[in-house]
Design a protein around this ligand. Structure first.
Ligand code: ADP
Ligand code: MG
Length: 490
């Protein structure tokens, strides 16, 4: 993918090349064409993934047509802090070198007079923190009726700083027919609500959630014999021995396994529910609700059943099976360690799984530590030899209780085929699961009691500095962040 394929103007492409960027990041590649097509866009991606250029580049392209009028900015970008606002301004300077754009900054700490003079001349782009913008507006020095495009950037930080009421006010002051671009690293319920209220049929562009969790998740491997009963023993020991286990999702590769593991855990008197593709909608909803409400502590699930579902943050993820597809590993472990909280992901590995494990370690770009003894290379090759031998006969001997390996792979695939992602996600997310405030979300608020009181202090004074990671250098970006993203109409 190159910048030339996105529909950006020649002048903008030249500026991008001059800035030294060769390839768009995933969020840029996916968002820019939709922005240029005048769609509302909801972009969800971790800090440091290049969200700024995802809106500045198409904006500069679009602003090539038309002219600004006095006191009526054509576009408005809201940023939570003056530092971030200044960074966005720098972007316009850098990518707008071939343009004569008029850009104004409305942030605290800068004299009203200078800002006002600029506004009077007319601006193409107004970058503002919410408080300062409202101050200007209330003084009657600013008209927002000419705004064609509104960007709400770093929305989750706006929330942290208590700016959501201001954002709501501003959204109501700009024309209803404007285009809106909305960027956030996370999607707490308040942010979800705002997007539903102020975006019109948005295109949702999301960079894999797991990307944001890598540093807060403790990942471990645990060896096990390959027989089903051995794996179930291993699993029970892991659940019983887990440190501060609040709740856990146990992932299996096949839906038949989901059923078996579920029954086994039930028999051993664990508090458990199951979620797999063969369950009807009401059974799934019931299982999920019970899990969310804390009535069941464990949820046994298949990848396909869990994908796209809004399952609350869990303390532990157990991979009963090493996933067949390395990407599934990333999705699975991303169910824990969200929003900066600590999580644990433990994967059960048998000698037969070492190849799958290598693929995972390659994808995430790091080895995963073993808890206890590792599986040796000899054991792995022994398993490989056995499998080959078994393949020559009927294939029965390798799968424990009469479930040959080959068949298991086939089934994993057939489940994927039977339940395409999109079909799985939509009904579950929209209708069957009202988000409301689940129990798992409340502690998050409790952890941040300072949010509201903090707001007046931090507003526009730059006292809330962006974390160091805000200026993240792309060269340190984890490999899997650079992989393709999913996007779909909401
Ligand atoms: P975000 O808003 O997602 O946190 P930024 O837009 O601030 O991320 O970008 C993070 C860093 O990545 C910045 O230093 C920026 O210059 C750099 N960057 C953005 N796009 C690209 C690209 N296509 N190639 C290389 N670096 C990029
Ligand atoms: Mg940003």
């Amino acid at each position: 993918m190159s910048f030339s394929e996105l529909g950006l103007s020649a002048k903008v492409q030249a500026a991008v090349a001059a800035a030294g960027y060769t390839e768009p990041t995933p969020i840029q590649a996916q968002a820019i064409p939709h922005v240029l097509a005048r769609r509302d866009v909801l972009g969800i991606a971790q800090t440091g993934t290049g969200k700024t250029a995802a809106f500045t580049l198409p904006m500069i392209t679009m602003l090539e047509e038309g002219r600004a009028r006095a006191r009526m900015p054509r576009t408005l970008i809201l940023e939570p802090t003056r530092e971030l606002a200044a960074q966005v301004e720098d972007n316009f300077v850098k990518y707008g070198v071939n343009h004569k754009l008029s850009v104004a900054l409305l942030i605290g700490g800068v004299s009203f007079g200078d800002q006002d003079a600029k506004l009077t001349r007319g601006v193409d782009v107004l970058i503002a923190t919410p408080g300062r913008l409202l101050d200007h507006f209330e003084r009657g020095r600013l008209l927002l009726t000419g705004v064609e495009l509104l960007v709400i950037d770093e929305a989750d930080r706006m929330l942290d700083m208590g700016f959501i009421p201001d954002i709501e006010r501003i959204c109501k002051m700009v024309p209803f027919t404007r285009q809106t671009l909305f960027f956030t690293a996370t999607m707490p319920p308040e942010i979800q609500r705002i997007t539903e209220q102020f975006l019109h049929n948005p295109i949702k562009v999301e960079v894999s959630r797991a990307a944001s969790t890598a540093t807060t998740i403790t990942q471990r491997l645990v060896r096990s014999g390959k027989k089903d009963f051995e794996k179930r023993d291993t699993l029970r020991a892991l659940v019983r021995g887990a440190d501060s286990l609040k709740n856990a999702i146990i992932f299996c590769n096949r839906k038949s396994e989901v059923a078996t593991v579920y029954k086994s855990l039930q028999k051993h008197e664990f508090s458990v529910a199951a979620l797999h593709g063969d369950m009807d909608q009401s059974a799934r909803t019931a299982a999920l609700t019970a899990f969310r409400d804390g009535k069941t502590q464990l949820l046994v699930a298949s990848d396909v059943a869990a994908r796209g579902l809004d399952i609350p943050d869990v303390s532990h993820v157990f991979n009963y099976d090493t996933p067949h597809h390395a990407e599934d590993y990333v999705h699975r472990i991303g169910r824990t360690g969200r929003a900066g909280r600590l999580g644990t992901a433990i994967t059960i590995v048998t000698p037969e799984d070492t190849k799958l494990l290598s693929a995972i370690e390659k994808l995430i770009g790091q080895p995963i530590e073993w808890a206890g003894d590792a599986i040796s290379d000899e054991e792995a090759s022994e398993a490989k030899r056995e499998r080959r031998g078994a393949g020559g006969r009927s294939g029965r001997s390798s799968g424990g209780r009469g479930e040959p390996r080959g068949e298991s792979r086939g089934e994993a695939r057939s489940e994927t085929r039977a339940e395409p992602r999109a079909a799985e996600e939509r009904p579950a997310r929209r209708s069957a699961e009202p988000r409301a405030t689940t129990r798992a979300e409340r502690p998050e608020r409790a952890e941040r009691p300072a949010r509201q009181p903090e707001a007046p202090v931090s507003r526009d004074r730059g006292s809330a500095r962006p974390p160091a990671s805000e200026e993240a250098d792309m060269s340190h970006m984890p490999q899997f962040l650079l992989r393709p993203v999913t996007y779909r109409g909401k």
